[in-house]
Each structure stands twice: as structure tokens, then as C-alpha cells.
Design a protein around this ligand. Structure first.
Ligand code: IMP
Length: 200
């Protein structure tokens, strides 16, 4: 793939998750990239064993389909008392956000070990299955006994960030950006994307 191909700097976001997409747009607000949605109806079987495997799978597929750069995020919640579950199965833990939260609270009923960790793996890929950048961010926290807060998405109302006393759903967007797994992953990704843009 030649560099000329990238002069337009389209970046396809390989995600259909509205909560993640809103965060992506916020992270990229000061970069000269034309953000584009993934192709309509795009679906992928997330067969990877790790968050990075799945991010790579989604990013390379969308880059190959669109002929342009694609960024994928694979993320999830790993709970110590559940031996790391739901982990890469976080989206498949139940049918909806509220049912996933309900199941998690139920599984940890009577359990005092509430430690958990959110992970976000990001992969930027180019056509020809080229992996350009891969990074991972993590955030440690505790699973609350009941949901708290109205912001964010997914498991946000039951994940209290260690040392803050606040769930992600109780934080402002700026606070979540500062503490979250995705915020940390983006702070590693952005300088790398900037230097990639400057060199091609
Ligand atoms: P996937 O990465 O699209 O497979 O989604 C993983 C699952 O984790 C989905 O159920 C998401 O809603 C959830 N998830 C991912 N990131 C976050 C987050 O920042 N807060 C809350 N839930 C999240």
C-alpha cells in the first residue's frame, strides 16, 4: 500500500457501540482526521482470546473492507472474584447493559472481593492487514453493590474507580477521560498517530 493512499486521512471507526463512538469523537477532536462510521451492517465474530486479538481482528477487517485506515477498540471488565470474567465476553455476558449489570451484581452477591479492572485495547490498521499501532490501557476499580450515576454507558454505573469514590457513571466526561482505560489507551495512541500522520 502506497503512502499516497493516505493523504485524505480518512479514519474508519470499527465499532457500532454508541457509547464508545461518543468517546472516540471526543478523543480525536483536535486531530486532522476525517472520522467515518464502519460499513453498514458490518459484523464480526470476536474469536480472539485477548482484547488485543479482537481489536486487531476488527481493525484489519474494516481497513481491508474500506481501503482506508481503521481504528478498533476492544474492551471489557475483568473481575478478580470471577477469575477474570466476563473479560473478552463482556458484551456477551447478557442481552442488554441492564441485564449485564444485573447478572454481575447477582454473581457477586455475598462476595466481599469486589476488585476489578477495565481494559481497552486499541488497534489502528491499514489495508493489506497492516497493523500500524496497538496500545492497551487499564483502570482498576471495585464493583459496587448497586448501580450509581446516570452518565456513560455499559458497566459504568457499577464500576467505582479506585481512589475516587465515584463510578464512571457519576463522573463528568472529562473525569472519565482522565481515569478510564480508554482515556489511558488514547493517551498512548494519539502521539503515535500524530507522528504517523506527519511521516506519511
Ligand atoms: P466490545 O469491546 O464492543 O466487545 O464491548 C465490551 C463490553 O464492555 C460491552 O458490553 C461494553 O458496553 C462494555 N464496555 C466497554 N467499555 C466500557 C466502558 O468504558 N464503560 C462501561 N462499559 C464498557
Amino acid at each position: 500500500m502506497t503512502r499516497e493512499k493516505f493523504t485524505f486521512r480518512n479514519l474508519y471507526l470499527a465499532s457500532g457501540n454508541a457509547g464508545k463512538l461518543e468517546e472516540f469523537y471526543n478523543f480525536f477532536s483536535d486531530l486532522q482526521l476525517q472520522l467515518k462510521p464502519q460499513p453498514e451492517g458490518f459484523k464480526v465474530n470476536e474469536t480472539g482470546k485477548t482484547f488485543l486479538d479482537n481489536a486487531r481482528l476488527k481493525a484489519t477487517l474494516v481497513a481491508n473492507l474500506t481501503g482506508d485506515w481503521a481504528l478498533a477498540d476492544d474492551s471489557g471488565l475483568s473481575v478478580n472474584a470471577l477469575q477474570g470474567a466476563p473479560g473478552v465476553y463482556s458484551a456477551r455476558y447478557a442481552k442488554s447493559d441492564s441485564e449485564r449489570i444485573k447478572r454481575l451484581i447477582q454473581e457477586l452477591k455475598d462476595c466481599d472481593q469486589r476488585q476489578a479492572c477495565f481494559t481497552a485495547a486499541l488497534c489502528l490498521a491499514a489495508p493489506g492487514s497492516q497493523v500500524l499501532i496497538e496500545v492497551e490501557g487499564q483502570c482498576d476499580g471495585l464493583i459496587t453493590k448497586a448501580p450509581r450515576g446516570i452518565g456513560g454507558f455499559g458497566y459504568d454505573p457499577v464500576f467505582e474507580v479506585l481512589g475516587t469514590g465515584l463510578t464512571f457513571a457519576e463522573m463528568s466526561k472529562e473525569q472519565k477521560k482522565k481515569y478510564s482505560h480508554r482515556g489511558k489507551a488514547f493517551s498512548l495512541l494519539l502521539p503515535k498517530i500524530r507522528s504517523l500522520i506527519n511521516t506519511c
